[in-house]
Write a protein that binds this ligand. Structure first.
Ligand code: COA
Length: 339
């Protein structure tokens, strides 16, 4: 396995957009009703504030906003496929992507969701790479969107301080593997024996088939934080290193490490293990929190806007999430219109 498509049709990033719901929640806001503090949250996670949806706003709305921005950045036009990576679909059934495609006026295109929690964007991007390589699509809209605050238990200080809402999206088009923006080798992995590390225990078929109601807290997101930390550092580092090897890059070649913004300490530990110094790490977790599948494209939006991500930069993407799942890829940053 090389992780490289076995055709000369690469997926090339040609549009980028993001959207954050307007409501901002600071650490002090959380500390007003939770036994926590700004100091604890900043020092353990690197987060100072985050955006959360207003009542009545679901993931599709965030995805439509980010998708519209990415399509605009790509100069408009049609796509053949819409992929929405999310942990918080509007409904358990059907998928959110068809509704997003319809609301964006994209017609009768292929549309489906990807469920890989915080690795969702990398899995979604890899799916787009596959669709383009196979000739199934010429242009794909890949969106990571999360209304994560809707599944976090507001009384659970272990998770309520970390996760947040938002959406980011890219448009990829068929192109050549050596073009700027061409997605490189995609490394994907999973370990289902770790399914209990990050879970919403109730609401799925395993619980519903018991015929018994679940305790209310089982309908909320639950996380074994210390175990997640350990596995996230190990797996994200290994996936990133494999992506580098398959691309023929060394860590010294990377201009910008763009890891899933899980937690500032996890990102720093991964960078240190890879040998990528702080000056080459992109980060926006302080102002957006952990937005799961939306995290990497939102980081791209912020880094591109502030100029820390420039055309020609060699970029390494890497993520770890529930499942457990992990993934990584490389690309050279293309010229994109301002977003
Ligand atoms: N505010 C204040 N205290 C808190 C707290 C909060 N928000 N959350 C936990 N604590 C307390 C714990 O109750 C515990 O207290 P105790 O020793 O009296 O029992 C103490 O802080 C240490 O808890 P622990 O869970 O061991 O803290 P930690 O140093 O491991 O940090 C996480 C907790 C969640 C920040 C850390 O485990 C982590 O980053 N895990 C990965 C989470 C993550 O990134 N998930 C996303 C992956 S995609």
């Amino acid at each position: 396995m090389t992780g490289r498509p076995r055709t000369d049709r690469a997926a090339v990033i040609t549009g980028l957009g993001g959207w954050l719901p307007p409501r901002v929640v600071t650490n002090d806001d959380l500390a007003a009703h939770l036994d926590t503090s700004d100091e604890w949250i900043r020092s353990r996670t690197g987060i100072a504030r985050r955006h959360v949806v207003d009542p009545g706003t679901g993931t599709a709305t965030l995805a439509v906003e980010a998708g519209a921005a990415a399509l605009k950045s790509a100069g408009g036009g049609d796509v053949d496929s819409v992929i929405v990576a999310t942990t918080t679909p509007d409904r358990p059934c059907p998928a959110t992507a068809p509704q997003v495609a319809a609301r964006l006026g994209l017609g009768a295109v292929a549309a489906h969701d990807v469920s890989a929690v915080c690795t969702g964007f990398v899995y979604g991007l890899a799916t787009a790479v596959g669709q383009i390589a196979a000739g199934i699509a010429d242009r794909v809209l890949v969106i990571g969107a999360e209304a994560f605050s809707t599944i976090v238990n507001p009384r659970d200080r272990h998770t309520a301080v970390i996760f947040a809402d938002g959406a980011g999206a890219v448009v990829v088009r068929a192109g050549a593997p050596d073009e700027p923006g061409a997605v490189g080798p995609c490394v994907l992995g999973s370990d289902g024996d770790l399914a209990d590390l990050i879970t919403v225990p109730a609401g799925g078929s395993a619980q519903r088939s018991t015929g018994r109601p679940a305790p209310p807290e089982d309908h909320y997101f639950q996380m074994r934080g210390r175990d997640v930390y350990r596995h996230a550092v190990e797996r994200t580092t290994a996936a990133a290193q494999t992506a580098l090897d398959r691309a023929g890059w060394r860590a010294a070649d990377v201009d910008r490490l763009m890891p899933h913004q899980a937690n500032a300490r996890i990102c720093a530990a991964v960078a240190e293990r890879l040998g990528i110094g702080p000056d080459r790490q992109a980060s926006n977790i302080e102002r957006v929190g952990n937005t799961a599948a939306a995290s990497i494209p939102l980081l791209m939006v912020d880094a591109a806007a502030e100029g820390s991500l420039a055309p020609g930069d060699r970029v390494l993407l890497a993520a770890f999430g529930g499942g457990a799942t992990w993934g990584a890829t490389t690309l050279t940053w293309p010229v994109l219109p301002a977003v």
